[in-house]
Structure formats: C-alpha cells, structure tokens
Design a protein around this ligand. Structure first.
Ligand code: ADP
Length: 503
C-alpha cells in the first residue's frame, strides 16, 4: 500500500512529546513490512536542518497562501523513509516550537498554519502536487491534521483516511473570526460538522469525516466514549463507535535498550541487572543527591501538566520524606507544578532532586537509574515512559487508565504467583490511592526475589513496533476496502452536485 503519514512532529526532526516518537517509528516499521509509507510535516527550521538529502520537489498553489508553497523532499535520518516538508516560510520559518513561541505562548496564527498544512497534505493525497504519486490511504494524527479528512471527504478518487487520536484533550479550537479567515466551506460551521461550542474544532474534521478513527490504546478507545474522558466529544465518538478502535503504540527498542544505550553510565541486561546500580549512582550525582544504602530511588519524567498527576505526588511529599526513599523528577510545564517541585527539592536536598527542562539524555539515565518509575496520570492515551521503564528493569507505578492499564500488570499476590506482574497499578485519582501503591512497591523492593522477578518480567515484554505495525496494516486494508461515506457526500453523489459547488 501507498501510505501518506501526516504529522506535526516527527522524531528526530522535531519533538514535543509522544506523537513525535510514534511518527518517527511507525512509518519506518511500515517500510520494514514492505509498505510504501511516506511522511509529511511542516518545514520548521529544525526539520529542514535535520532531514537528509533535502531538495526542492515542486511548487504547489494552495488556497489561502499568498505565494506557492514549496514542497521539499528528503529522508528521515538513518532510514529509507521519504519525508516531504511543506515549506511556507511565513507560517513555519520561525524560532520556538511547533505550536508555541520561545516563551511557551501559542502562536497566534496556528489555525492558518495547520489549515495550510492540511491543504498541502490534501493536494498530495489527490495527486495534485506534481509528485506523480497518490497514496491509497492518508494517516492523519491529532488536531493539526484534522482538516485533511474533511477536505478530502467528498472528492471522487480520494484515498482512504485514518485519523488517530494521540490526545483528545488537544482539539484545535478557534473563534468564528479565525474560521472565516481560513476560507473553509461556511457550512462546516454547524454542530454536526466542525463547530464545537461556538468555535471551530479542527479535531472534529477528523472525527466526523475520517473513514476510520483510531487511538493509541484499546482502553483509551473505550474511555473516550464516556463523559469522564470524552472532553465533550463522547457523543460523536459513541456515534462512530463502529469505526473506532485502539492500537497500542510500540516503542523503538533501538533507541530504548539498556543493553546498548550509550547515554547510560553502564549498560545492562536482564542477566546483568546488578550493573544497573552504576546508573543509580550517576543519576543521584546528576541530581545532587547523596547515596543512601537501601533507599529506593523513585523517578518521573514527563510534561508537568495536570494530565500527568504530579500534583498527587507533590501533595504526598511530607509523607514520602518520612519513608526511606529518594525522588527525582525531570520535566517542564505548568509554572505552579515547576515551582512546587523546585521548592520541595530545596527543602529536602538529601531526598528530592528536580530538573526543570527538557533533556532527552537525562531521560535515558533516569529510566535506567531509578528503581521505580512513577506515572500517576489522570488519563493516558498510551504513554511511552512506562513502557521504557519496563524495558529498563524499573517497575512502574501507574494509574489504572488508558495505555497504562494495557501495559502494566499489578503486583497482586495472584499475578506475582503467576509470573505476570511487572509493576503497580492503583485506581483512584487520589494521593491516598497513590501512596498505597507506593507502599506496596516499597514492600516488594525489600524482597529481592520478588523484585528481580518483577524487573525481568517487565524487561521481557515486547512492545516493539513490529506488532503495532502489523495491526495498522490490517486496519489500513480494512479501511481501504470499506470506506465511510459521509451523509453529505451521499447527497452530492445522488444529486450529482460537484463537490466544488457544495462544500
Ligand atoms: P506525552 O506524549 O503525553 O508527552 P508520552 O509518555 O507518550 O507522553 O511520551 C513522552 C515522551 O516525551 C517520551 O519520549 C519522554 O521521554 C519525552 N519527554 C517528556 N518530557 C521530557 C523531558 N522533560 N525531558 C526529556 N524527555 C521528555
């Protein structure tokens, strides 16, 4: 199959979170499974400088762009995956991140930026970009690509579309004035189309019009159909339940493998677990913590946002420091969480270490050097860090939600006896429930046989892309065979209204 994979971030070209990891790995795995997967993303300066063998492919004239947009062609580093970069300097050539400026403020023209990106993706999808290539399916990811299925929906000879939700909490909402300025079909401003509480919702473009919707774990696929997790879109998702499924993300074990990880103080495997300790010492040093015999080191890395539940950990600090443990946190995000953690580290310099910032190298050392990984997320579409921690022999403590529930098996007596336990799972979004899990973990940590068994079970688990890619390929085939026809398009077809004249 020919697959066009559209994403707003792709590791190692540009990354803010898990979406980049998926976008960097899945097309590569598809290629490995003999599928022609090509990537497309905006030509941010970082992407231009990191893509290999970049050259100008064509100029595309797009509605909404003052000048033709340049389509650059290159390769994802160290791979056989082609990359197209949509080069519109007024939209993408600027310092800062893909969605925010250097001070963390959203770019004011994000709607225009990602509408233009979606139009470029649609042009390629319809073989109107001078490539002489048309995908059989466009795989769209998150709100930044949400307009693509909508733009394509009623076109004849269109490719199939899959829209993957990596996080439903980010929806791409913009006001009426902005919507008008995008010059999209005006009838999209209605509740059964793209309107959402008097705003235009880019993500609804994917949810209403895509042939199929997927998300990144089976449990999250069920959760988003409920009021508690649906972010107001649960009704629409229930309506499309027949065409909604969950495929667990894989992880890239070439990058995340403690046996070969050059970023560690010492590499180790399930058979040489004793060498893991050197990483703990290096991690304590990196965070300025003293060595404490018998104290397990709890670690967390991630975005410091409400979703990740670090406020539950912060509330527990007085109780935690009374226990024989140390805690390290690496992350950036909401100022109040950053401040609370920094203050805790100042107050308890022997037990708590905090690094505010984004540091990939330190994230590797943290996965390896911690004894226990903390991930108390309120919701978690898939989550990658707990999967990394399993592979690094660092049993995670997670909440029973989304991909965390699908990857971590609780160390209950029965699961320990069955040899399936690989971590600790708690149910309620409360500090008390988290503390109970921490105490269970501390108890297991003092039993070396039980602990080693937990570590080895986690390290042996296989969450590679091979498995996920096979599931995506089966889904792509199914979608291509049975496309979804939006009721509007049925109307147009029956009355032979050219798509240009209606939407
Ligand atoms: P999300 O996509 O919600 O941020 P995931 O667990 O799916 O969460 O993926 C997070 C990815 O981003 C992981 O690869 C993680 O290592 C990385 N990451 C997040 N914050 C940081 C940070 N402060 N420093 C280094 N890596 C980080």
């Amino acid at each position: 199959m020919n697959i066009l994979f559209a994403s707003s971030e792709v590791h190692p070209l540009i990354k803010t979170g898990g979406l980049a990891d998926v976008s960097g790995s899945l097309p590569r795995a598809l290629k490995g499974a003999k599928q022609e997967a090509r990537l497309i993303l905006p030509a941010y300066p970082a992407a231009i400088s990191r893509a290999e063998k970049l050259r100008l492919e064509s100029d595309i004239v797009l509605p909404g762009a003052r000048t033709p947009v340049r389509l650059l062609h290159g390769w994802l580093p160290h791979s056989r995956v082609r990359v197209y970069l949509v080069d519109s300097p007024e939209h993408f050539d600027r310092p800062g991140g893909p969605y925010q400026d250097e001070d963390g403020k959203e770019w004011p023209d994000n709607a225009a930026r990602f509408a233009l990106f979606a139009r470029a993706v649609s042009a390629i999808a319809m073989n109107r970009a001078g490539l002489n290539w048309q995908p059989d399916l466009v795989h769209c990811n998150d709100w930044q690509t949400g307009l693509v299925p909508a733009l394509l929906s009623c076109k004849s000879q269109r490719p199939a579309t899959l829209f993957t939700i990596h996080n439903l909490a980010y929806q791409g909402l913009f006001d009426w004035k902005t919507f008008k300025s995008l010059k999209l079909p005006v009838d999209w401003w209605s509740l059964d189309k793209l309107e959402f509480h008097e705003q235009v919702s880019f993500i609804k473009g994917g949810l209403v019009y895509a042939d199929w919707i997927s998300t990144v774990s089976p449990t999250y696929a069920g959760e988003i159909c409920t009021k508690a997790f649906g972010c107001g879109l649960e009704g629409l998702l229930q309506h499309r339940r027949e065409r909604l499924s969950g495929i667990l993300n894989g992880v890239d074990y070439r990058v995340w493998n403690p046996g070969k990880d050059k970023l560690l103080a010492q590499s180790y495997t399930a058979r040489t677990l004793e060498r893991k300790h050197d990483n703990k010492v290096a991690l304590q040093k990196a965070f300025g913590l003293p060595e404490r015999a018998g104290f397990p080191l709890l670690g967390h890395v991630g975005r410091l946002v409400d979703q990740k539940g670090l406020d539950l950990v912060i509330k527990l600090i007085p109780q935690l420091i009374r226990r024989r443990l140390q805690l390290v946190v690496l992350g950036t995000g909401q100022p109040e969480l950053e401040t609370a953690l920094t203050m805790a580290a100042k107050k308890y310099p022997e037990q708590i270490g905090v690094r505010i910032g984004y540091d990939e190298d330190l994230a590797h050392l943290l996965e390896a050097g911690s004894d226990i990984f903390l991930m108390p997320s309120r919701f978690e579409p898939c989550g990658l860090n707990q999967i990394y921690s399993l592979r690094y022999g660092t049993p995670p403590i997670v909440r029973n939600t989304g991909g965390l529930a699908d990857t971590v098996t609780d160390a209950s007596e029965a699961n320990i006896a069955a040899g399936t336990a690989n971590g600790f799972v708690f149910d309620d979004v409360t500090s008390a429930s988290l503390l109970e899990a921490i105490d269970r973990a501390l108890g297991c940590y003092t039993q070396p046989d039980v602990w080693t068994a937990l570590q080895r079970t986690g390290m042996a688990a296989d969450f590679s892309w091979l498995r996920s890619a096979a599931e995506y390929i089966a889904l792509y085939e199914r979608i291509i065979e049975a496309p979804f026809e939006h009721p509007d398009c049925r109307q147009q077809r029956l009355h032979k209204i050219p798509a240009e004249l209606s939407t």
